[in-house]
Write a new protein. Structure first.
Lengths: 590, 395
């Protein structure tokens, strides 16, 4: 930061410059100092840790965050990314190269914030040391020319200089300034909390980053879908899916047991927002570790996850699972159970498949399998005409199951993992009735006799299912502590004023004492003027203003109080500033 | 927890009527402020200095009559001028502070009404009307909340109503604290009407219960601080715009751009301009002479932004804690989160620039405008054009 002085003024002496520094912000340097590689390296480091570069990096950071909010991101919704890629085939590869689908883990985004944090470290560490130095030293001595300070007051008094200085020292102490009386002048400073707050704020940004980093290195999430009545143990084999990290793999999964006893969903049933969800509650039983005797009851709602032994279980989805029983040609029950169907729209029109892999002998005397695909409609319309099978309301007001049947090879024996929500019909043929694909609309309790003697299907009823996110995330406490400290630091940094006041009392050759007060603060505050005025008023108890008028400056011309002729007769008349020379440009104080 | 049926249609209807009535009264208040600005256009400058020195002399005389201590402090101003501040401690009567300005360009204008009594009356009427409108507005917001027994900010319509109310409230509180801010009346009523207008037309949704994702006490904490921050950022934005307006006016005055308007100036220069442009220039001169000084506006916008920044930080953190409870991750770069972050960094940039890099004045003001643009986009843009996890209840 360069001192901007007007041409008519001499630059302040070095001790004055120190007196005017109210911040440990680094001083900007203009060019490489020294020679050779080392000089250049040092210059580059200085640049990196300069405020100007910090500002540029901050600005870049906000710019770089923008694309991620407009382009779908892999981290949030992979499906959306794929759809987007399919729609924009020309630019998608370029975007892919530029890592625009993974903005927040991209090289360029990381580069910006890493540089920012390096710059921050390079800035904050020296500043902390410097500040410790400030705390151990006395407030900087008064500059020679106090009139140069942004706020200034002076008067003449009959009291002697030492009394005035001592009184000023006492008054400043009373105002909780750190004050030091030396060389006939008092130097005082207050508001160190500003610097403390500022350092605390910047340091806590590291805590935040650390919390973030630790979370991404040591967290893992799994997914589990359960139909009412199901339970599971939190192991890799029983989870539907799991994403771990370096320090939290499938071997580290927190051991616990969780069972979905029941699920309640309530929906708005009239008005504008008909169908909007109003309540989702999962009633569960659980125990941490493997001690089943510690079984406890609980509920999981959106916003109210359940804490079990190091993991949190979040409710993230729900739907219906129709219960069906399938009988083969002989009338043997070959399948019975609840199959989760996946919601396709806000009214929970759900699709799903039922795979009957143990069908046994078909009517043609060969071994075969059956597959069903269809819709579950919680509130079915009277007719599908024009709309197809869609649900009208997410609640189960008029539940119906719509099924198509296939016969052949499900492909489940191939050993390849299969999507349980999709039917691979490559080796299957759809059953037909009167040359039309066979199809049934079933209400709970109804059955359907399959064509060509393939047996029957009974729609017994339905249960609800809920899906859960099982999340292990350490580091939240670190990040939270960082966040709280950041706010506290900010409050100190922005609301506390660091300021200095100097009082100098000098015996005048012609008798009497000249009392000079000057103050310096961040230019954003006008308070320093009032503080100085209050101090001056208090000081006049010990150093009453002499009743002469020595208006040497130009203050009197527009200033009514000093112009007031009556003031001369007043024993405690005000004193115009002794030398209101044009004070220095205030910008130079920073 | 309230269930699906818990909506009181009568209260919901009452709420709508109250909001519409508030809008009508705000509109009349806005017109009253316009009258104030129009009537107050004459002779503002001459009266200003008389008034100021008058009150200063009076206070000082009163102080001296009682034989008190008095101190005059010289205060340097950024522009290079100085002002003095005189503090007199009246015996037993506490202290009185008198500030007087020196240097024409740094003196605050007298406010919209100037010297005109008619304009002053219009201004007073406008303020009374604003109070009335604010009462109706409060009623509307409360009725909306009562109709569903929850906090009335569950969707963008409700959020906007509360946000406009926060803005009015901030303005009225400043007035009640005897701050000289009546000149803000016109921009505030215009901004409130704009917000309510968009709310009732584009964003309107019937009063209903909330989706489960919003069943959280964080709704009260996170969203109400967000509303407050929005109102305050808006106010700072108005101050920043006016600062730029005032600052460029002073530059033009210094460049002599308005010399031809002076009574004694040669008409020749004036004739080169069209009548329309001369008229505009007169309006500009008159308005700028009544507004506070550029440095006052600049400081006002800085103070508001600095005051709000920690609260905005808190809002984001509260949001992150809520997200942790709702979705299992406190930060997922959801578009709303991202834009809150961008807004936060933009304001941090602005504070940095002002605090250390020596980017004062216009450059810092542009940064403040950019930061506010981020905020606006986060509010309207993200909710309407970008879908993310923050899309609830229609809009
Ligand atoms: C990581 C991103 C950063 C953020 C969000 C941030 C934010 C802030 C904020 C809000 C302030 C308060 C401004 C005020 O006191 O009026 C501040 C002050 C400051 N920042 Fe940063 N900052 C960041 C990085 C940096 C870096 C990299 C440096 C050093 C190169 C730095 C140096 C400073 C200094 C010296 C001050 C205060 C100077 C003073 O008022 O005494 N900051 N910062």
């Amino acid at each position: 930061m360069s001192n901007t002085t007007t041409e008519t003024e001499l630059p302040p002496a070095s001790d004055d410059a120190e007196a005017e520094r109210l911040s440990t912000a680094p001083v900007e340097s203009d060019g490489p100092t020294g020679i050779g590689v080392f000089g250049w390296l040092r210059w580059m480091w200085r640049q990196l840790t300069s405020m100007r570069v910090a500002l540029i990096l901050l600005f870049l950071l906000s710019l770089a965050a923008i694309p991620g909010s407009l382009i779908p991101q892999n981290g949030q919704n992979q499906f959306k990314v794929e759809t987007w890629k399919a729609q924009h085939t020309t630019v998608a590869p370029i975007y892919q190269k530029l890592q625009l689908f993974d903005v927040y883990s991209s090289i360029w985004f990381s580069a910006i914030y890493i540089l920012l944090f390096v710059s921050l470290a390079g800035c904050i560490v020296p500043r902390t040391w410097q500040f410790v130095g400030v705390l151990r030293a006395q407030p900087p001595a008064a500059p020679r020319n106090l009139t140069r300070m942004p706020v200034y007051a002076a008067w003449r008094t009959g009291a002697d200089a030492d009394t005035v200085s001592a009184a000023a020292h006492r008054l400043l102490r009373k105002r909780r300034f750190r004050a030091n009386l030396a060389g006939g002048a008092v130097a005082a400073e207050k508001g160190y909390l500003r610097e403390v707050g500022n350092l605390l704020f910047h340091l806590s940004l590291f805590a935040l980053l650390g919390g973030f980093g630790w979370a991404s290195l040591a967290s893992g999430t799994g997914g589990k879908l359960m139909v009412e009545g199901d339970g599971y143990s939190n192991t890799i084999t029983q989870l539907d899916d799991f994403t771990g990290s370096s320090f939290y793999t499938s071997d580290d999964l927190d051991p616990f047991f969780l069972k979905l006893k029941g699920f309640t969903a309530k929906f708005q049933d009239k008005g504008d927002q008909i169908g909007a969800a109003r309540q989702f509650t999962a009633n569960v039983e659980y125990y941490a570790g493997d001690d089943a005797s510690k079984l406890r009851q609980g509920t999981i709602e959106v916003n109210h996850p359940l804490d079990i032994g190091g993991s949190k279980v979040y409710l993230i989805g729900h739907g219906y699972a129709p219960v069906i029983t399938v009988r083969n040609s002989n009338g043997d029950v070959v399948y019975t159970g609840a199959t989760p169907f996946l919601p396709q729209d806000a009214n929970l029109t759900s699709t799903g498949v039922v795979k009957v892999s143990d069908y046994g002998m078909g009517p043609k005397g060969t071994k075969t399998q059956l597959g069903f695909s269809g819709f579950f409609l919680p509130t079915a319309p009277v007719s599908f005409e024009g709309t197809g099978p869609v649900s009208l309301f997410p609640g189960d007001a008029a539940p119906e199951l719509v099924l198509n049947a296939f016969e052949g090879d499900l492909g489940t024996d191939s050993g390849l993992p299969q999507n349980i929500y999709q039917l691979n019909t490559r080796k299957m043929t759809q059953l037909t009735q009167d040359e039309q694909p066979a199809k049934a609309r079933l209400k709970p309790g109804q059955g359907w006799t399959l064509p060509d003697g393939y047996g029957s299907v009974t729609f017994e009823g339905y249960k609800q299912w809920a899906s859960f996110n099982v999340s292990h995330r350490p580091g939240n406490e670190i990040a939270l502590t960082g966040a709280v400290l950041a706010i506290l630091g900010l409050i100190g940094s922005l609301f506390v004023q660091r300021r200095r006041i100097w009082v100098r009392a000098v015996a005048l050759p012609e008798g009497g004492t000249l009392v000079e007060l000057a103050g310096l603060a961040r230019s954003e505050s006008a308070k320093i003027a009032e503080e100085l005025a209050e101090l001056a008023v208090d000081l006049q108890d010990d150093a009453p203003a002499a009743d002469d008028e020595s208006d040497t400056g130009d203050a009197g011309t527009e200033d009514p109080p000093t112009d007031d002729p009556e003031a001369d007769g007043d024993p405690e008349a005000p004193e115009a500033p002794a030398d209101p020379a044009a004070p220095a440009d205030q910008n130079s104080k920073e | 927890m309230q269930l699906a049926s818990g909506v009181d249609p009568q209260l919901a209807d009452l709420s709508n009527k109250l909001i519409y009535s508030a809008m009508a009264v705000y509109t009349i208040a806005m017109f009253a402020h316009m009258f104030e600005w129009t009537f107050g256009s004459k002779g503002a400058v001459a009266v200003r200095s008389k008034e100021q020195s008058g009150s200063l002399a009076e206070t000082v005389a009163a102080a001296e009559a009682k034989g008190t201590k008095k101190v005059t402090v010289t205060v340097a101003r950024a522009g290079g001028g100085t002002t003095t501040l005189t503090r007199t401690a009246l015996a037993g009567a506490g202290a009185t502070v008198v500030t007087s300005g020196r240097g024409e360009d740094e003196v605050d204008g007298p406010g919209a009404a100037g010297s005109s009594e008619k304009a002053d009356l219009a201004g007073r009427i406008a303020v009374s009307l604003t109070v009335l409108a604010a009462l109706l507005h409060v009623g509307g917001v409360i009725a909306r909340g009562l109709s569903v027994s929850r906090w009335p900010w569950g969707n963008m319509y409700e959020f906007s109503c509360a946000f406009a109310l926060a803005m009015t409230a901030a303005y009225l509180v400043l007035l009640a604290a005897k701050k000289n801010v009546r000149w803000l009346g016109l921009p505030v009523t215009v901004a409130v009407l704009l917000t309510l207008g968009i709310a009732t037309t584009v964003l309107y949704t019937d009063s209903e219960q909330l989706v489960p994702a919003l069943h959280s006490y964080w709704l009260a904490i996170h969203v109400s601080t967000a509303i407050f921050c929005g109102g305050a950022f808006y106010a700072a934005f108005i101050a920043t715009l006016l600062y730029l307006f005032q600052d460029s006016y002073h530059r033009r005055v210094e460049a002599g751009a308005y010399e031809y308007l002076k009574p004694g100036a040669a008409r020749a220069a004036g004739r080169q301009q069209s009548d329309f442009r001369t008229g505009l220039a007169r309006v500009r001169v008159s308005v700028c002479n009544r507004l506070p000084a550029a440095s006052t506006l600049d400081k006002l916008s800085y103070r508001i932004n600095a005051l709000v920044f920690p609260l905005w930080t808190f809002t984001i953190i509260a949001g992150a804690i809520w997200a942790e409870a709702a979705w299992g991750k406190y930060w997922e770069w959801d578009p709303k989160e991202t834009w809150s972050f961008i807004t936060w960094v933009a304001y941090a940039c602005y504070l940095h620039a002002r605090a250390t890099a020596g980017w004062k004045g216009r450059k810092a003001a542009y940064l403040a405008l950019a930061a506010f643009a981020c905020w606006l986009f986060n509010y309207y843009g993200v909710n309407i054009f970008v879908t993310g996890k923050h899309s609830y209840a229609g809009i």
